[in-house]
Write a protein that binds this ligand. Sequence first.
Ligand SMILES: NC(=O)c1ccc[n+]([C@@H]2O[C@H](COP(=O)([O-])OP(=O)(O)OC[C@H]3O[C@@H](n4cnc5c(N)ncnc54)[C@H](OP(=O)(O)O)[C@@H]3O)[C@@H](O)[C@H]2O)c1
Length: 281
Amino acid sequence: MSEILVTGATGNVGREVVGQLLTTGTAVRALARDPETAGLPKRVKVVRGDLSESDTLEAALAGSDTVFLIWPFLTTKDAPAALEAIARHARRVVYLSSSGVNEDAEPQTDPINQLHADMERLIEKSGLEWTILRANTIASNARGWAEQIRTTHVVRGPDIAATAVIHEGDIAAVAVRALIDDGHAGVKHVLTGPQVLSRAEQVQVIGEGIGRPARFERVPVQVARQQMLADGRPLALVEALLASAETRGESDLITCTVEEITGAPARTFRSWVEEHADEFR
Ligand SMILES: NC(=O)c1ccc[n+]([C@@H]2O[C@H](COP(=O)([O-])OP(=O)(O)OC[C@H]3O[C@@H](n4cnc5c(N)ncnc54)[C@H](OP(=O)(O)O)[C@@H]3O)[C@@H](O)[C@H]2O)c1
């Protein structure tokens, strides 16, 4: 029986995709660079592979006709080879892109949206049957604030335009439908949460969820850069995140796509906080 290969399976979204696929009885294979530490359910076959080294993908892909693809890099340099490898084995790919991609803007407003726009184009040309999930800011990004909230109750960082943050479980729920049902080929689904929230509002909701006030404090870009580098993030990623923070415009876009596809309304950021409150205490 053919299996679905989930890339990014140890990450926030991919782990949810794996878990939800299992509940449908689908045979799942998970890609990880280090299967020993992947910590995935026993029923999942964890295969070693690196998306930036296409030859490591051949064995992982053998026997998979469908792939959930994330692209965890800031460049598409290795994407053509990875997509060729996928197309040699699989028929269908579901790619996790960004709701910030603007069909009518080229170049895109920031390097992260540019990456996803470039990936989308490569995927469209790959010969695979594709579905693109353009997801808004993922709620689990807030995990990056956990230490600051635990220790100081204040999140210091660059501000970024308010947006309808989406629960990673809802992205996964849509991904599962696109992976196993027909009718999503050649479609770009724009996925958002149900409510537009600023960073200050998100931090406030976390404070309410843990029963101890927390607040967001906007800091100048130079201070944010030093802090992010001190946290151990690579320079290229820091610059891409800061560019996004500076250039992304206000968006009040809220879509009903999660509910239309899964039958359940998109979950609130507050519900995400309730599930993860202990990480912030
Ligand atoms: N954050 C957002 O708001 C947002 C919004 C829209 C779209 N996205 C897209 O969603 C993707 C997934 O987000 P996430 O939060 O689930 O990511 P995450 O939790 O940071 O996980 C990253 C995943 O990438 C894998 N990975 C890293 N380098 C790899 C490599 N060289 N080869 C193969 N796998 C590699 C990691 O697996 P191992 O370390 O186990 O190999 C891990 O499973 C992002 O990469 C981004 O492109 C994000």
